[in-house]
Write a protein that binds this ligand. Structure first.
Ligand code: URA
Length: 435
């Protein structure tokens, strides 16, 4: 029987996966297509997502599921990009999401400053990790929604674009992600890998660097899980002609010294000025090196942070999207300092606690479409291994809605561990996966 003459129904596809069977190509194509058009009900797809969560999918199933999701929408093509008559290499980065993860902000203009096109199609945040677009929307005038023609023009003229992913890319994923979010089926390696890679392959970048987060603040809590996710995504990219590399990076501790929209833009500007927290700089440079190598550029990206080229590239990128790079960033109307409970050395800072506190203060949203506060969030005044003094501020909370302070304080309860012996932080980079 061929795929065309086979007859499918949602109940038997769900039952097959419930019973631990591998789905056929025909079953996968039929389910994704009919879910996208609405012929398969949300509750049926939710049941299948839970069966996949519990019983997994093999590599063939994941590849077919990803291809089927790509097939539900448009596929972009950047191969025609030119500058000064030369064809432009494209490269992109995707992070699986972390607290204080503002790396896209300094990384995109940094890589673009080497004459590479960086189409960074991003999303808004939901839950405890912030969204890149929410951060940039803290800049006066900046707009996330570009037409494809505007995006292509900006890539050719400026090099870097961070903008909203249009609804035409893998629409099945958008629908499925919303269901997974409310059915506790997000943390599944086949579903995460196919979700991320369907969008990235449809986006049309020639190469891709994945930042796969590991630790308490990440979807993947262990290095082994993160490696499996990374290997799955690298294989999907490779098989679709996208040269893909993944770094496994630590997300047990939040990145930098702030979580919150305008607060993270300010920290990114410090990095672009040649300063900033050492962990943010380390990760920005590690990812930039990978992206430049994939784009065929042999350079040390630290040079363009030091000489101002990356900052020039940022100013051009922000201005091209209507933003005023010189405008002061919004600040929250209320702040509250939280003192260290003891003197000693900061030996732990729980990424999840910090992320939830920032979210409760108004930096994130509970439901899609809600507004976020530009100035809200958390700053911490010590990094791992730094000395802290009892009674001195360890955190500062920022919000326009001070009635949220108590809920944020509850999330931070026990988030900081203070010990006696200095334990310098190891490298953030835990591993690398390539095809
Ligand atoms: N990001 C995505 O785009 N999809 C997932 O499933 C998880 C993180």
């Amino acid at each position: 029987m061929t795929a065309q003459t086979e007859v499918f129904d949602a109940v038997s596809v769900i039952a097959a996966k419930r019973d631990g069977k591998a789905l056929t190509d025909g079953q996968i194509d039929w389910m994704i297509d009919n879910f996208t058009t609405g012929a398969v009900a949300d509750y049926q797809m939710a049941a299948l997502a839970m069966a996949i969560y519990l019983n997994g999918m093999d590599r063939r199933e994941i590849a077919r599921w990803t291809a089927a999701m790509i097939g539900t929408g448009e596929r972009m093509d950047f191969s025609g990009l030119r500058r000064d008559g030369r064809s432009l290499a494209t490269t992109d980065k995707h992070s699986t999401g972390g607290v204080g993860d503002k790396i896209t902000l300094p990384l995109t203009p940094l890589v673009a400053s080497y004459g590479v096109a960086v189409p960074q199609l991003s999303g808004r945040g939901l839950g405890h990790t912030g969204g890149t677009l929410d951060k940039l929307e803290a800049i006066r005038g900046w707009r996330a929604d570009l037409t494809n023609a505007e995006m292509f023009d900006q890539l050719e003229r400026v090099g870097g674009v961070i903008c909203a992913a249009g609804s035409g890319l893998a629409p099945a994923d958008k629908k499925l992600y919303a269901l997974r979010d409310v059915t506790s089926t997000v943390e599944s390696i086949p579903l995460i890998a196919s979700s991320i890679m369907s969008k990235k392959i449809a986006e049309g970048t020639a190469s891709l660097v994945l930042d796969v987060k590991v630790g308490k603040g990440a979807f993947m809590k262990t290095e082994q899980q993160a490696r499996e996710l990374a290997e799955t995504m690298v294989a999907l990219g490779h098989d679709s002609g996208v040269n893909t590399v993944a770094l496994l990076t630590d997300m047990s501790t939040p990145l930098g010294r702030s979580a919150g929209n305008a607060l993270e833009v300010a920290e990114s500007l410090e990095v672009l000025s040649g300063g900033g927290p050492s962990d943010v700089v380390e990760l920005t440079l590690a990812l930039a090196r990978e992206m430049l190598t994939l784009a065929g550029v042999d350079a040390d990206p630290a040079e363009h942070l030091a000489d101002g080229s990356a900052m020039d590239s940022w100013n051009a990128m922000i201005a091209a999207q209507g933003g005023d790079p010189a405008a002061p960033l919004p600040v929250a109307q209320h702040t509250l300092d939280v003192p260290a409970a003891a003197s000693g050395v900061l030996t732990g800072l729980d990424a999840m606690g910090v992320g939830i506190a920032a979210w409760r203060l108004g930096a994130g949203r509970e439901r899609q479409g809600e507004p976020v506060q530009a100035g809200a969030g958390v700053t911490w005044h010590a990094g791992l291994g730094d000395s802290v003094t009892a009674g001195e501020p360890l955190f500062t909370l920022h919000t326009d809605t001070p009635e949220k302070f108590d809920a944020a304080l509850a999330a931070l309860d026990g988030a900081a561990t203070i010990g006696e012996n200095p334990q310098p932080r190891d490298s953030l980079i835990l591993g690398r996966v390539s095809a």
